[in-house]
Design a protein around this ligand. Structure first.
Ligand code: NI
Length: 184
């Protein structure tokens, strides 16, 4: 099932997501499969559950379509993740987000992230990532904390993109995948 992607302006994107209960009656594997399908049809490299309207701590990533060869095969599901440590020098990278179409901005983040999480089979992992993989994880993890990449840019840069953000709020932004706008 392909979900519509929740657009910037919906309060669910600003909310801290709740952990998934292991004995939840809903089908976690089906949800994960639907999240990958939804992400692929939108040509995304990461998707967090709040972006499909579910305020739970789940995100998926697949960097296969990115140009950086170093992360080929980086495809993972993160259930109830906790970032344990962020380290290394800050570096800047231009980010985008399926919930904020037509907007890209350079964001500073630390280079290395240590994260503990479960996969869809409730197997626990603690792993360290750097470079683009860390960047994707940090961006998606932010979604679970109710933070968007545009919250991490300067007021000056934010002013430059405000017109585009207003178009998203109004639901008039151009988008080539199914979206759900708060104003509609
Ligand atoms: Ni995003």
């Amino acid at each position: 099932m392909i979900y519509p992607i929740i657009a910037y302006g919906d309060p669910i994107l600003k909310k801290r997501a709740k952990p998934v209960e292991k004995d939840d009656s809903f089908d976690l594997k089906q949800l994960v499969s639907d999240m990958f399908d939804t992400m692929y049809q939108a040509n995304g490299v990461g998707l967090a559950a709040p972006q499909i309207g579910l305020s739970i701590r789940v995100f998926v990533v697949d960097a296969e379509q990115m140009e950086e060869k170093s992360i080929k095969g980086f495809k993972k599901t993160f259930i109830n993740p906790t970032i344990l440590d962020e380290s290394g020098d800050e570096w800047t990278y231009e980010e985008g987000c399926l919930s904020i179409p037509q907007v890209r901005a350079e964001v500073n983040r630390k280079s290395t992230v240590k994260i503990r999480y479960y996969d869809e089979n409730w197997k626990e992992f603690t792993e360290t990532y750097d470079g683009i993989a860390a960047r994707i994880i940090q961006h998606e993890y932010d979604h679970l904390e109710g933070i968007l990449f545009i919250d991490r840019i300067s007021m000056f840069k934010r002013k430059l993109i405000q017109g585009k953000l207003n178009d998203i709020l109004k639901g008039t932004v151009k988008h080539d995948y199914k979206m759900k706008f708060h104003s509609k």
